[in-house]
Ligand binder design. Structure first.
Ligand SMILES: [Zn+2]
Length: 61
């Protein structure tokens, strides 16, 4: 199954809904994979508003 990105929190996931927001508003087309390992110390995590370690998309369509 292709990976999708949540339009709300930008999390990369597989399946039909986002485990974080619970939304099924997912983008099949997205750009820029970011892996956040340490959200506390990551500038990108702050920019994206991310506070959990995971994979995120920079842009969704
Ligand atoms: Zn989400």
């Amino acid at each position: 199954m292709a990976e999708k990105a949540c339009r709300h929190c930008l999390r990369i996931l597989e399946g039909n809904s986002c485990p974080i927001c619970g939304t099924s508003d997912l983008a099949e087309e997205w750009n820029g994979l970011v892996i956040i390992l340490d959200p506390e110390r990551s500038e990108i995590a702050k920019k994206l508003g991310v506070d959990i370690p995971d994979k995120f998309a920079l842009k969704v369509r």
